[in-house]
Design a protein around this ligand. Structure first.
Ligand code: HEM
Ligand SMILES: *[C@@H]1O[C@H](CO)[C@@H](O)[C@H](O)[C@H]1NC(C)=O
Length: 353
C-alpha cells in the first residue's frame, strides 16, 4: 500500500541537505499515529537535483514505490561473454559482477540454506549503508566499513569473518573494476537469495568508494527502545513500518557478542531460511529457545509498531513482508549514494536456487 503520501509527498523537494528535508524528517518522527504498511517514498542523493538518465528514472520509480524492488527474473537470464579478464568480459559491465556473485554464492549458500558468511553479508551491507543520515555529507553505502578501521567499532563486532572474506573478493575483483561499496551491497543481496525464501532485490553497481570513516553513532544498538530506533531510522528516511520490515532480516541471524555466553545462538528457529516466522517467534517465543534481542522485542510490542509486527507474523505475513523488505533494503543500499543517475543495473547476474 502506498500510504504516507500525507506526510512524505513534499519530500520530493529539490535538494538533500536543506531545511525542507529536515522538516519532512521531523514530521515522520513527530507522527505517532502509526500507519500500517506505510513505506517511505523519499527521494535520495542526486535524484533530488533531477532525473537525468534512464537508470535514474528506474531508481526513482523504485524509491517512490511506482515499481517493485523485487526482480521477477532468474539468473539463467545471463551468460558471461567470456572468462574473467577476457576482452569480451571487459566490454560487458555485467560480466565481472557475474563472477563476483558466483564466488559469493559458493560461500553464502549450501544445501540447507544460507551460511554464516551469507548472514554476515546481509548485516555487513546494512552496517556500511546505515552509517549515514540526512544530515550527513558523507557515509552510507560507500565501502568505508572495510576501507577504514570501522570494523573495530563495537557496533560492528561479529562482522570480522565476513569482513575478511569481502576484502578477499575486493582484492580478486577490484583489478577488473569492482568497487568495495558495490561488492558489499551485492553481497547483501546474494546473501538474501542464498536463504530460501529471500527476495531477489534489484541490484545496481557504480557507487563511489570512500576511504573516509563513516560518521559515528548512526547505527542502532540492541539496548535501544522502540522510540529511539524509530527516530534513528526516520533520520535515514525510513518509516516505522520500513523499520519493522528491515529487522525481519533477523530471520537469518545469530548473535555472538550481545551475550558471549550464548555465542552462536540464533535469533529465530531457522536462521538458514528467510521466512516470517521470526516475527511470531519474537512476539511469543522464549528467550532461551532462541535469542531475542531487546530491540526486536521492543519493536514487536511498542504501541505504534506492534500492529505492523503482528501483520508480518500473521497469516499471509510472508507475502506482505517480502516486498516491504525488498523495498526498504533497496532504499538502504542507496543511502549516501550521490551518483544514482550513473549506476548500472546488474540484477540479471544475481544467482538463484
Ligand atoms: C533495530 C535495529 C537493529 C539492531 C539493534 C540490530 C542488532 C543486531 C545484533 C546485536 C546482532 C548480533 C550481532 C552479534 O552479536 O554477532 C545482529 C545480527 C544481525 N543483524 Fe541486526 N540489528 C538491527 C537491524 C538490522 C537490519 C536492518 C538488518 C538488515 C537489513 C540486520 C541484519 C542482521 C543480520 C543478518 C544479523 C546476523 C549476522 C550473523 O548471523 O552473523 N539487522 N543485529
Ligand atoms: C534475552 O536474553 C539475553 C541474555 O542472554 C538478553 O541480553 C536479552 O535482552 C534478552 N531479551 C529480552 C527480550 O529480554
Amino acid at each position: 500500500m502506498k500510504a504516507s503520501t500525507l506526510f512524505l509527498t513534499c519530500a520530493a523537494a529539490p535538494a538533500l541537505a536543506h531545511p525542507g528535508m529536515d522538516r519532512v524528517i521531523a514530521e515522520i518522527q513527530a507522527r505517532d499515529d502509526f500507519v500500517l504498511n506505510a513505506r517511505s517514498d523519499i527521494l535520495l542523493g542526486d535524484l533530488l537535483n533531477g532525473i537525468l538518465t534512464a537508470v535514474g528514472q528506474t531508481i526513482k520509480n523504485i524509491l517512490t514505490l511506482a515499481t517493485s524492488a523485487i526482480d521477477q527474473g532468474t539468473s539463467a537470464a545471463y551468460t558471461p561473454p567470456g572468462a574473467l579478464g577476457s576482452a569480451a568480459c571487459k566490454k560487458d559491465p555485467l560480466c565481472v559482477w557475474y563472477y563476483v556473485a558466483n564466488d559469493m554464492w559458493g560461500d553464502f549458500a549450501d544445501a540447507n540454506g544460507c551460511t554464516n558468511l551469507g548472514r554476515g553479508a546481509i548485516r555487513l551491507g546494512f552496517h556500511d549503508a546505515a552509517a549515514w543520515d540526512v544530515s550527513s555529507s558523507y557515509g552510507g553505502a560507500d565501502g568505508s566499513i572495510l576501507l577504514t578501521d570501522e570494523l573495530s567499532r563495537s557496533e560492528n563486532r561479529g562482522l570480522e569473518e565476513i569482513g575478511a572474506q569481502t576484502k578477499t573478493y575486493y582484492s580478486t575483483y577490484n583489478p577488473y573494476g569492482a568497487g568495495m561499496a558495490d561488492i558489499i551491497q551485492l553481497g547483501a543481496l546474494v546473501g538474501t537469495v542464498a536463504c530460501p525464501g529471500g527476495p531477489r532485490i534489484r541490484a545496481f553497481a557504480g557507487r563511489k568508494d570512500n576511504a573516509r570513516a563513516a560518521p559515528p553513532g548512526k547505527l542502532p544498538l540492541p539496548s535501544m527502545d522502540a522510540p529511539t530506533l524509530i527516530s534513528l531510522f526516520a533520520q535515514k528516511t525510513f518509516t516505522a513500518s520500513d523499520l519493522v520490515a528491515l529487522v525481519g532480516a533477523h530471520t537469518a541471524a545469530r548473535q555472538r557478542f550481545v551475550d558471549p555466553s550464548r555465542a552462536g545462538a540464533a535469533l529465530d528457529s531457522d536462521p538458514q531460511i528467510w521466512d516470517a516466522s521470526f516475527y511470531g517467534e519474537t512476539l511469543t517465543g522464549n528467550n532461551q529457545t532462541f535469542f531475542i534481542l531487546h530491540s526486536d522485542k521492543a519493536l514487536a510490542t511498542y504501541t505504534t509498531t506492534t500492529a505492523q509486527w503482528k501483520a508480518f507474523a500473521g497469516a499471509g505475513g510472508q507475502g506482505l513482508w517480502s516486498p516491504a523488505y525488498a523495498q526498504a533494503y533497496f532504499r538502504m543500499s542507496m543511502l549516501g549514494v550521490n551518483n544514482l543517475n550513473q549506476l548500472t543495473e546488474i540484477t540479471k547476474i544475481l544467482p538463484s536456487r
